[in-house]
Design a protein around this ligand. Structure first.
Ligand code: MBD
Ligand code: FE
Length: 295
């Protein structure tokens, strides 16, 4: 596959089907896909039953026509053939799952993972620099902070897995022509819990518009934007990991994120660097809960 520079890339080099198919394959291989049959019969019957009932109630409430029913059928089929079930679910449902499952965890708040995490990214020691191209577009961002536990004590052996899109809105490994680990890395904090990562500030992000999800957005007259964001998974031995995103104050899409995944606690507020370096620096400090610790 041809490797391009950030300047020669154009928007149409990555397609919804490419990103969707990759996300679907990755999910199928991941540990998250627990074997069928692990949910109890009672639980499946309850949840599937109520979901089906809710759909039937909608048909009656809104007098759904056969044309509308067939449009739905065609669209659901296309979500599958475009590989966009991960995208659809992570954009329109995961935020509720994340909210429900993090209410009892003390410490730094989390956010949805989304469809584009890749495990086992290259390990870097603090201060680490994420892989980028020589002519990478955007504002350099120095991202740093400390890890402590809920008693305020520094945490040892903490790590920050980080991934984000490039300035054109593409994630490495989900669009062609990008370096494999572009803007992805696992940065180890030092023994005091301090970490420092050199990257670029990402741009606002539009979910793929040329697949089934984009078709729904266009048909409904919605928009496809997420605010600029950095994805993170922070962890340390003996502590509960936090999957998170950080956003930037003032982004117009902080208020209308298509994925409903912005929280006020998740703002990184980078300032011009004071140490003579180029670009900005942003601080975010993590408080992790011990394994089994609840509020
Ligand atoms: C993304 O980058 C993302 O973070 C989410 C939640 C959905 C689609 C693309
Ligand atoms: Fe994202």
């Amino acid at each position: 596959m041809m490797q391009t520079t950030s300047e020669t890339r154009t928007e149409d080099e990555g397609t919804a089907v490419e990103a969707g198919t990759k996300a679907t394959e990755r999910f199928a291989q991941s540990v998250k896909r627990s074997a069928p049959g692990t949910a109890s019969k009672e639980r499946v019957s309850l949840l599937a039953g109520e979901m089906i009932k809710a759909a039937n109630d909608l048909v009656h409430k809104h007098q759904v026509t056969y044309d509308e029913y067939n449009a739905l059928k065609a669209w659901l089929i296309k979500v599958g053939t475009d590989g966009e079930w991960p995208l659809f679910l992570d954009v329109w449902l995961e935020h509720s799952v994340e909210e429900v499952n993090s209410v009892d965890r003390p410490g730094t708040v989390g956010a949805i993972e989304g469809p584009f995490y890749v495990p086992n990214s290259p390990v870097l020691q603090t201060p680490g620099t994420l892989e980028m191209r020589e002519d990478e577009q955007g504002t350099p961002l120095q991202f740093k902070g400390h890890f402590t536990n809920t008693d305020g004590e520094p945490i040892r052996n903490a790590q920050v897995e980080i991934w984000h899109a490039d300035a054109a809105g593409f994630y490495s490994q989900y669009a062609p022509g990008l370096p494999e680990w572009l803007f992805r890395g696992t940065v180890m904090a030092d023994e005091t819990g301090y970490f420092e990562i050199a990257t670029m500030r990402p741009a606002p992000y539009q979910i793929p518009t040329d697949g089934a999800c984009g078709e729904l957005i266009a048909a409904a007259g919605w928009h496809a934007w997420r605010p600029a964001h950095i994805h993170l998974r922070v962890s340390a031995p003996g502590y509960q990991p936090v999957i998170q995103q950080l956003y930037f104050p003032g982004d117009p899409h902080n208020e209308d994120d298509i994925a409903s995944a912005v929280k006020p606690e998740l703002m990184l507020d980078p300032q011009p660097r004071t140490d003579g370096g180029v670009g900005e620096e942003g601080v975010y400090n993590y408080v992790l809960a011990k394994e089994g610790q609840t509020k």
